[in-house]
Design a protein around this ligand. Structure first.
Ligand code: LRH
Ligand code: MN
Length: 424
């Protein structure tokens, strides 16, 4: 379903006066307003192809209807998100859930929606129909060389699809691990996984990156072979300078200081990208900023500080991706909320007075340091983010337009109420 530009302009026109008042109010206090607006306009978040349908748990899945039945329809849905917020200009594909049968056609269709292909994702955490060897006891860690070989070949195949689509990176998340003490030799599992990743690394095109995604637990519940940032960092260092770590916010043990992890990985030049989501307990894959918005702000605060310290371009220096699953919300509304939360938090981090913060830190003035951070976090930057959208041709209020245009109802009319999208 498309939303015509003239329609967007009409919605914006009716909201313009109110927006202008709010924008003028916040702009009055911000010296580098144009530079900040340009950074927001340039910042694009990749949408996961596996999160356009209704998610579920082992207990139940409550289908929402109108779900995309093909990669083409997934590109249409992401194209609609991007038309509304002009900040969703990339897709992250998961193979084999979204194999581009005709890559040239898929690439053209995506380009027509202003979309690029971000990191490709391999899948050796499920057995596919007709697959020779099972990944029940792991893939790259497996004690059996033939199964490790199968996993390596799959990842090389995923790279091939990515090259055809213009992607420049591969994310490897391994569910490998163990459920009981004694089941696994940790050292051998590490060595097998490293050797397998080295074979995939050797197959990477010169200008590609590989992201090693870590996760504390699930689906294994005693050990995970890439279980935390330290292990991912170890692999990335041993693999080479095209290998980086990937931080999925939901993959940490409770109360982990993720902003400190991010600061150190960035300092070491080994932070490759993010899977943004939020969680209260485990890998809940909830809407970004819906549970711990201050933690997300502290993470973006470290990102802006660390990237500026290295002279990195905020928009292109790291892989910005969402990884979510929608059990009770309309997937597209949930993704609109997640992108909005990311843009708001990035804008707040850009408002932090770094010189004053540096001075307070050097004076061990703890109170002032906290006040400087919370001044930014407590600043309502929504009009700033809306202005960036307006200047990019997007909607001042994407969610309101999505609802007013009855997008989900139209998708159900077009696709039916029982369609099931591939993915989680
Ligand atoms: C694992 C994970 C990984 C994806 C999968 C869909 O929990 O975060 O990034 O492959 O979700
Ligand atoms: Mn993830």
């Amino acid at each position: 379903m498309n939303i015509e530009q003239y329609k967007l302009n009409e919605y914006n026109q009716s909201a313009l006066k109110d927006h202008q008042r709010k924008f003028d109010f916040i702009a009055a206090d911000i010296k580098s307003i144009e530079a900040i607006l340009q950074k927001l306009i340039n910042f694009q978040v990749a949408i996961p192809s596996w999160a356009l349908g209704t998610g579920g748990t082992r207990f139940a899945r409550f289908a929402g209807g109108g779900e995309p039945r093909s990669l083409e329809e997934k590109i249409e849905d992401i194209g609609l998100l991007h038309a509304l917020n002009k900040s969703s200009g990339a897709i992250s594909l998961h193979i084999p859930w979204d194999i581009p049968e005709n890559a040239a056609h898929i690439k053209t269709l995506a380009a027509q929606h202003g979309l690029k292909f971000d990191a490709m994702n391999s899948n050796t955490f499920q057995d596919q129909p007709g697959q020779q060897h099972s990944y029940k006891f792991g893939s790259m860690q497996h004690v059996n060389k033939a199964i490790r070989k199968q996993a390596v070949e799959h990842n090389i195949e995923v790279i091939k699809y990515g090259v055809e689509l213009g992607s420049k990176s591969l994310t490897v998340w391994l569910s490998d691990g163990s459920c009981f003490p004694g089941q696994l030799n940790f050292r051998k599992a590490f060595q097998n996984t490293l050797e397998s990743l080295q074979e995939v690394y050797a197959a990477l095109p010169g200008d590609w990156k590989i992201f090693v995604e870590y996760k504390a637990f699930e689906p294994n519940f005693y050990s995970t072979t890439v279980g935390d940032w330290g292990q991912s960092f170890l692999y990335a260092n041993k693999l080479g300078n095209k290998a980086y770590t990937l931080v999925d916010l939901g993959h940490h043990l409770p109360n982990a200081n993720i902003e400190q992890i991010v600061a150190l990985l960035l300092m070491e030049g080994k932070l490759g990208g993010f899977h943004f989501n939020d969680s209260k307990y485990g890998d809940d894959d909830l809407t970004v900023g819906s549970i711990k918005p201050y933690q997300l702000f502290l993470i973006f605060n470290e990102l802006v500080e660390g990237m500026d310290a290295k002279g990195m371009n905020h928009a292109t220096g790291l892989g910005w991706m969402i990884d979510a699953s929608h059990n009770v919300k309309d997937p597209l509304e949930d993704l609109l909320q997640s992108v909005e939360a990311i843009m708001i938090t990035y804008a707040q981090a850009l408002l932090v007075d770094r010189n004053k913060l540096n001075e307070a830190q050097n004076n061990n003035d703890v109170v002032t340091a906290q006040e400087i951070l919370q001044q930014a976090f407590r600043t309502d930057v929504r009009a700033l983010v809306a202005e960036a959208r307006l200047r990019s041709g997007g909607a001042l209020n994407p969610l309101a337009v999505y609802r007013s245009e009855k997008v989900r109802d139209n998708l159900i009319k077009e696709r039916g109420s029982k369609t099931v999208a591939t993915g989680l």
